[in-house]
Design a protein. Structure first.
Length: 311
């Protein structure tokens, strides 16, 4: 028609209106997707900040406790009579403190790990964290079970006691004294002399009947005598039946005879079972704690298993 101008793009007004409607809908959906992605990214960043904050709190909680362990270990050694001269390091109470406090640190780390898994934005990473922690838990359960089996059974204490106890012969020359040094306890505080026996026997056909052996037991440092006596024909003396109650002492057995002869020395050394029982109890606590830890993580691992690492 004359006087009617066609649009430059060749589209009718009706078609142009429909295109605008379609474009507005597409832009609206695209905008919604962008907003959702930005929201997800923001959530991930916030969760990452929470995890970083948890790690910082964990360091602040653990560091003072590690310092306390380092300080208390030598302090307990000193309070229990530990020294380098004479060399004596009673490790039982320091080790008991160390293993107990490490168990407390493990329990605290479990709580932080649960919080990290809860706040981590990736489901796949949650599954991997739970799986890795469970693997460590199973390993610790096996190690604790082995230690419990070794420490709790009486075999270990009996074997150490039998190997530590010994008999020795002391050759004496007439008129010349001889000294034998011994410790009332083991150098690390786990073994103790339960009894000491000195035995003297000789043949009357070879030696005079009035032959005797003088002996005494004294502290090496102070030289204070604990026992003084003598041995005659077929005599046997036993001492220190109550020796497990004594503290660590460096002792000297002094012997002197009127003629050449041989004296037998019997040392009965025992492993203190009560200390082994306490260490076995700690092993049981480790086993129970890590077993429970694996049981707590199992449903978390099952919940997020099969998810991708980036999900």
């Amino acid at each position: 028609m004359a006087g009617t101008q066609s649009p430059k793009d060749g589209l009718s007004p009706e078609l142009r209106k429909k295109l605008k409607d379609v474009e507005s809908k597409v832009e609206g959906r695209t905008q919604i997707r962008r907003v959702k992605r930005l929201q997800e990214l923001q959530d991930k960043l916030e969760e990452s900040h929470k995890i970083e904050k948890l790690k910082n709190i964990e360091k602040k909680v653990f560091l003072p406790q590690v310092v306390m362990i380092i300080v208390l270990f030598p302090l307990l050694l000193h309070l229990n009579g530990g020294s380098l001269a004479p060399f004596y390091l009673p490790f039982f109470y320091p080790l008991l403190m160390l293993f107990t406090w490490i168990l407390i640190l493990f329990i605290e780390s479990f709580a932080f790990r649960i919080a990290e898994i809860k706040h981590h934005p990736s489901k796949g990473v949650k599954c991997l964290m739970a799986r890795k922690s469970m693997k460590k838990g199973f390993t610790m359960v096996i190690i604790a079970l082995i230690f419990l089996a070794i420490l709790y059974t009486p075999y270990l204490g009996q074997e150490i006691s039998e190997r530590s106890s010994h008999e020795s012969e002391i050759e004496l020359e007439g008129g010349r004294a001889k000294e034998v040094e011994l410790g009332s306890r083991g150098r690390f505080g786990f073994r103790v002399i339960s009894n000491m026996t000195v035995e003297f026997s000789y043949d009357l056909t070879d030696l005079e009947q009035d032959l005797k052996v003088d002996f005494s037991i004294y502290q090496k440092r102070t030289r204070d005598p604990l026992v003084s006596d003598n041995l005659t024909y077929h005599s046997r003396k036993s001492f220190f039946e109550d020796f497990p109650e004594r503290e660590f002492q460096e002792l000297v057995l002094w012997l002197n005879s009127s003629d050449d002869t041989t004296v037998r020395l019997f040392l009965d050394v025992e492993m203190e079972q009560n200390k082994l029982y306490w260490l076995s109890f700690i092993s049981f606590l480790y086993m129970a704690t890590f077993s429970q830890w694996s049981a707590v993580l199992y449903p978390i691992r099952k919940k997020y298993s099969g998810t991708g690492i980036y999900q």
